[in-house]
Design a protein around this ligand. Structure first.
Ligand SMILES: *Cc1c(COP(=O)(O)O)cnc(C)c1O
Length: 387
């Protein structure tokens, strides 16, 4: 029998990083020492205090059974306390917080709760690919909001046509931004909230990088007046605590919206391992312990790589946070041309801007989640590129 895929996956391009990984493997098989600045996955280990909490919790047999769908109340309450401590935002753990198996999981399931076939979701371009794909899976139509350097990589909300806004149910935003490393401004968030009220749009703010900043502290979207009425915010332990493999995150905000995602999830998964949630309590309760030191490592690496790129005449958009360096390709090269030169002439993997959407054309993203020795080596190789 010939197995036939559904149209929704037939037409889907392969997941960006899976494709790059394939090319990388081919070079490794040829004996090339490839330096990977592609995927954004912290190389710094999870803090020991969190691993120890997991160990202790994993020994308790009550944690071996199905977890609760919404997440342990004790963890949801800890998330609420963290929002108070970090952002001075008041939320109720039992109403405004839902635990996720990573924020990718939550983002991917959100459109199922709010999008009817034919509805529109506004997605940033360049942006995390999941926003658009999840919208399509739900039968919705993603509408790209260009993030242009001339506008600080913020979408220009005035340019969204009225007939699009009429059909829009969701708007995805993400600041500090992946891949552009841009931070949002107060004015932008306020304007987005006004637009959301006016057109009944739910704002889904992906805040995975709020703790990875080099100078100014990014705000939570929920700090702004009216945000709780129109929005939710996805947050993850992945980037803050080097816990990408643990799969633990939360979404916080509007009660009805949170309940909507909860309803989807009860029918799809059975929650995050409780021992991991208890380790998450430890992570958030003492969140500042070691955080500055980890972020300082990313800062130093970003500076090192930026200097290396600038030394060959590349224009870098200086990151204020995240662990990415976003820059304009040299010599007007297209993103895929430059990615191939890096890979073939320098054995370096970086992510072409177009992997994040058409408005990423002309740019490249480098992730500094590798050790210093390799990063120095990468900088040397870049300096030796004949471009
Ligand atoms: C890494 C990342 C995520 C996914 O984080 P998980 O919680 O590990 O699923 C979500 N959004 C953006 C923008 C990211 O860069």
């Amino acid at each position: 029998m010939e197995i036939e895929w559904a149209d929704r996956i037939k037409t889907l391009p392969p997941y960006l990083f899976a494709e790059i990984d394939k090319k990388k493997q081919q070079l490794i098989e040829k004996g090339i020492d490839v330096i990977d600045l592609g995927v954004g996955d912290p190389d710094i280990p999870t803090p020991t205090r969190i691993i120890e909490a997991l160990h202790k919790s994993s020994l308790k047999s009550e944690n071996h059974r199905y977890p609760s769908y919404t997440g342990l109340l004790s963890f949801r309450n800890e998330v609420a306390s963290w929002y108070k401590k970090r952002f001075n935002v008041d939320v109720a753990g039992n109403k405004n917080v839902l635990i996720l198996i990573g924020s990718k999981e939550g983002v991917a399931h959100a459109p199922l709760a709010f999008i009817n076939p034919g509805d529109i979701a506004l997605v940033p371009d360049p942006g995390y690919p999941v926003y658009g794909i999840a919208t399509t899976f739900a039968g919705g139509i993603p509408y790209q909001m260009p993030l242009l350097e001339s506008n600080g990589f913020l979408p220009d909300l005035d340019l969204i046509p009225a007939n699009i806004l009429e059909k829009t149910k969701l708007m995805f935003l993400n600041y500090p931004n992946n891949p552009t490393t841009a931070f949002a401004t107060d004015d932008f968030f306020k304007k987005a909230i006004d637009l959301a009220y006016k057109h009944k749009i739910l704002i889904c703010h992906d805040a995975a990088y709020t703790e990875v900043y080099f100078a100014d502290k990014p705000k939570s979207f929920l700090e702004y007046d009216g945000a709780m009425e129109v929005g939710i915010e996805f947050h993850s332990l992945s980037k803050t605590f080097s816990m990408t493999g643990w799969r633990l995150a939360h979404v916080v905000g509007n009660e009805k919206a949170i309940a909507g995602i909860g309803k989807i999830k009860t029918n799809i998964d059975s929650g995050a391992f409780q021992a991991i949630q208890e380790a998450g309590i430890e992570a958030l309760r003492n969140y500042e312990v070691g955080l500055e030191d980890r972020v300082a490592i990313y800062k130093k690496r970003c500076e090192l790589l930026s200097a290396g790129l600038e030394s060959i005449g590349i224009e870098v958009y200086k990151p204020k946070g995240t662990f990415y360096v976003w820059f304009k390709n040299p010599q007007g090269l297209s993103s895929s041309e430059f990615a191939n030169i890096l890979l073939e002439d320098a054995g370096i993997v970086m992510t072409p801007g177009t992997g994040f959407g058409e408005y990423g054309e002309g740019y490249t993203r480098a992730s500094v989640t590798i050790d210093d020795k390799k990063l120095y080596e990468a900088v040397e190789r870049i300096k030796n590129l004949s471009i």
